[in-house]
Design a protein around this ligand. Structure first.
Ligand SMILES: C[S@@+](CC[C@H](N)C(=O)[O-])C[C@H]1O[C@@H](n2cnc3c(N)ncnc32)[C@H](O)[C@@H]1O
Length: 762
């Protein structure tokens, strides 16, 4: 597990078949043995006799541990060309800085020139080809098609065999073949690696099973007390041999938990094993117990092991083609020419390219600087794909920095319509603005609010994306500090914020949009508290939304029940992504459709006054009947924080903006106050004089035209009267139809507010 994950394809695992390999062989003119080859005995399979001493010697254990941390070095150490490189030690190439698995990636794709030159030549094309041809098979008797270095050498065809066997082909054709070969070759290599990995995992489990089944005994998970203390002390010091023992115990405990009736020790219950497993996971992977338990609870024991293991290796490097500037094929070609080894990320995306190796820094190529691509995790494509923004729509990205998803939205919208890209963090907004410019996005307005304010800022969006701030439990491979940093408080505060944001997002969608009326909620967390629970909360507080299918081609269904909690069955339509299943970051995606206006007195984004909303979710599939009692205008005013216009708040904004503008110009903002005071003082006498003059004028007029005055008074009276009459009539209407009246007021208020805020912002 965890071996070569950066090489593994992202998305749904593809089925492997012998026929597939045989076809590949036939294509390349390699003889195929039509009788299905028996699976070669796995290189990792050990005999019991061989395994025993390994377990008992420190050196052997360290070696196995080192192997684990090098992500399966057993495989890579022998990653050679069927004997050609059998004595090759690990690569000398400097490991990439990210992680162990980066090292691993370099190792696997490192083309050791001295080893390969004699087989494949040394020009660039050749070098590139060597990557695709596969170089990591170690068994002499392995007739795998990928191991074509040897075949190439033997046949004397070398690399031409891969790229071109026709010297007269024009340049364009050759280039196309180059790309095809690059991608095809990598595909083969990946398929091979997948097969190997699967086999290796199985063998490992078999080994462990064999080991623990020596003499047919039940696994001994719990030793005597003294022994346990010793292990605990050593574990504390993280001594390598103990890590090896821990790993063994983990696999044994999992085996027992999977077949508790048969393998459980008498007198011990399941929870003892589960607790032991939890402790071992914490010790082995370095999680705090709180988080480890939370994550472990998401899966059956064996899958939890796979999840923790997957968090130990980095996900593949992926770039998203910016279709506002280029096409994926052109980009792939340009990068291949620079020595980047890549292939399409998977059938599910038309814009992603998975990068395996690069001779150049991907964040500084001319193509990068020209905005032809952005470095973006594959999982980050998913929320935007689910949102599916259309041309000429009005969209909102509520938490947008640094803009990976905003710019993806802009590309899907072909730079038409408008996107409001919001983020309250000014520092992060700089990255957002940078990306918008670099990628040539021209339909986006950046704003800087706490998104909980959003229905007040503006609403009526065709589509809204809320890629919410979260605990990051899906991206532990990227940020291992999450393992120890997250505690109970985070899983109370973050969901609270997420719920508020989600309500604000819902309220910002135009339910009557002709093209949309959709909202996508996503997080890079796998915690139920931040996902299903937040969605369930929103469903209960907003009867005017329902969940719809995300339309995503893969992903696990969201939970409809979890640890005794039951969620609405429609939660099945949400999607979960895990690193161990799809080789992408852990992610969650939910898509809502807004099917009616938000009731004026519904729970507010700030969480206040949520008692009155009817919690009727039986209507989820059909038309929503809003049973919320409509309040009187006065009651609504008390509750509706979106309504009203806070003049003081606005004045503060203006004041702050003035001060900031002065600071930007290098002026002292205090001078503004002094200046204002002086101005005021100077104005006061002038104003007084002006007022006196006016008064005099009025008096004169009154004196000269008393008749006129009388006439005007007479005219004014009927006007006042009719005003009063209108008010009375209005009151009457309200009494007759209070619902309509209060609805209208609640509709109008946000609009008023909207205008005011936009003005202020300008
Ligand atoms: C997961 S990141 C967004 C990543 C972004 N969507 C992208 O694809 O590049 C979450 C963002 O939420 C922002 N955030 C935090 N609190 C927020 C709030 N109250 N309102 C809106 N955004 C918030 C953070 O500044 C952060 O940039």
């Amino acid at each position: 597990m965890g071996v070569g994950r950066r090489m593994k394809k992202q998305g749904p695992p593809e089925p492997l078949s012998e026929e597939h390999f045989a076809n590949l062989k036939r294509k390349k003119g390699i003889p195929v043995d039509d009788t299905p080859a028996e699976t070669a005995p796995h290189k990792k399979r050990r005999t019991i006799a061989a395994k025993k001493p390994e377990k008992n010697t420190k050196a052997a254990a360290s070696a196995k541990l080192a192997a684990r941390h090098a992500n399966g070095s057993k495989k890579t150490a022998g990653a050679s060309n069927n004997g050609v490189k059998s004595s090759k030690t690990k690569s000398k190439k400097a490991p990439a800085p990210e992680s162990d698995s980066d090292e691993m990636m370099d190792d696997e794709f490192d083309v050791d020139a001295s080893d390969l030159d004699d087989v494949i030549g040394s020009d660039d094309e050749m070098k590139l080809g060597s990557d695709f041809l596969g170089s990591d098979d170690d068994d002499d008797d392995d007739d795998s098609v990928y191991d074509s270095d040897q075949d190439a050498a033997a046949s004397g065809k070398k690399e031409k065999f891969v790229f071109s066997d026709d010297e007269d082909e024009d340049e364009e054709d050759r280039e196309e073949k180059l790309t095809a070969a690059n991608i095809e070759g990598l595909s083969r290599k990946l398929d091979q690696q997948l097969a190997e990995e699967a086999e290796e995992n199985e063998a490992e489990m078999r080994d462990d099973a064999m080991q623990t089944n020596i003499d047919g005994d039940k696994p001994q998970i719990f030793g005597d007390e003294e022994e346990e203390d010793d292990l605990a002390a050593k574990t504390k010091n993280l001594l390598a041999p103990d890590l090896q023992m821990l790993r063994t115990r983990i696999t044994e405990t999992i085996r027992v938990l999977e077949d508790f009736a048969e393998l459980g020790e008498e007198g011990r219950d399941r929870s003892e094993y589960t607790n032991q497993l939890l402790k071992d996971f914490c010790a082995y992977y370095g999680y705090n117990e709180f988080l480890a338990e939370k994550l472990m609870n998401l899966f059956p024991p064996k899958e939890a092991f796979a999840f923790f293991e997957a968090n130990e290796s980095a996900r593949p490097v992926v770039i998203r083609t910016n279709t506002l500037r280029t096409h994926r094929r052109d980009l792939a070609q340009a990068l291949i020419n620079r020595g980047v080894t890549l292939e399409p990320v998977g059938k599910w995306s038309k814009v992603g390219l998975q990068v395996f190796d690069s001779n150049v820094p991907l964040g500084a190529t001319p193509e990068y600087l020209a905005g032809h691509y952005i470095l973006q995790a594959a999982s980050s494509f998913l929320p935007v794909m689910a949102l599916c923004p259309q041309e000429n729509e009005r969209c909102l990205d509520m938490a947008s920095a640094p803009g990976g998803k905003t710019t993806h939205m802009a590309a899907l919208m072909k730079n038409t319509g408008v996107i409001f890209a919001n983020d309250p963090s000014k520092a992060r907004a700089k990255g957002l603005i940078g990306n918008i410019h670099r990628l040539g996005v021209r339909n986006t307005i950046v704003c800087n609010y706490d998104a909980r304010e959003f229905p007040r800022v503006m609403g009526g969006f065709d589509r809204v994306l809320l890629d919410a701030p979260c605990s990051g439990t899906g991206v532990i491979a990227k940020d291992p500090s999450v393992k120890t940093n997250r505690d109970e408080k985070d899983f109370q505060q973050l969901p609270h914020l997420q719920k508020q944001l989600l309500l604000a997002a819902i309220d910002s969608v135009d339910h009557a949009s002709k093209t949309g009326g959709y909202l996508v909620y996503s997080t890079c967390s796998v915690a139920v508290e931040e996902n299903e629970q937040v969605v369930a909360y929103a469903l209960s507080r907003r009867p005017n939304v329902r969940l719809v299918e995300t339309g995503l081609p893969f992903g696990k269904e969201g939970f409809t029940s979890f640890m005794g909690k039951k969620f609405h069955p429609s939660l099945k339509m949400t999607r979960r992504y895990y690193p161990h299943l799809y080789n992408v970051d852990g992610f969650f995606v939910a898509k809502f459709q807004k099917i009616g206006p938000t009731p004026g007195n519904a729970v507010l984004a700030n969480g206040k006054k949520d008692k009155d909303v009817t919690r009727n979710r039986d209507d989820v599939e059909g038309t929503v009947v809003d049973k919320t009692p409509i309040k009187t205008e006065k009651e609504e005013e008390e509750v509706d924080e979106f309504g009203g216009f806070d003049e003081q708040e606005d004045a503060d904004y203006i004041e702050r903006a003035k001060r900031n503008a002065m600071r930007r110009r290098g002026l002292d903002p205090k001078a503004l106050k002094k200046g204002e005071k002086k101005e005021k003082k100077a104005q006061e006498p002038a104003e007084e004089k002006e007022a006196e003059k006016q008064e005099e004028k009025v008096e004169k007029k009154t004196e000269t035209k008393p008749q006129e005055k009388a006439e005007k008074k007479a005219e004014a009276k009927p006007k006042e009267k009719s005003k009063k009459a209108k008010e009375v009539a209005k009151e009457e209407v309200k009494e007759v139809a209070p619902e309509k009246a209060s609805k209208e007021t609640s509709k109008e208020k946000p609009k008023e507010k909207k205008k005011d805020k936009v003005k202020t912002k300008k």
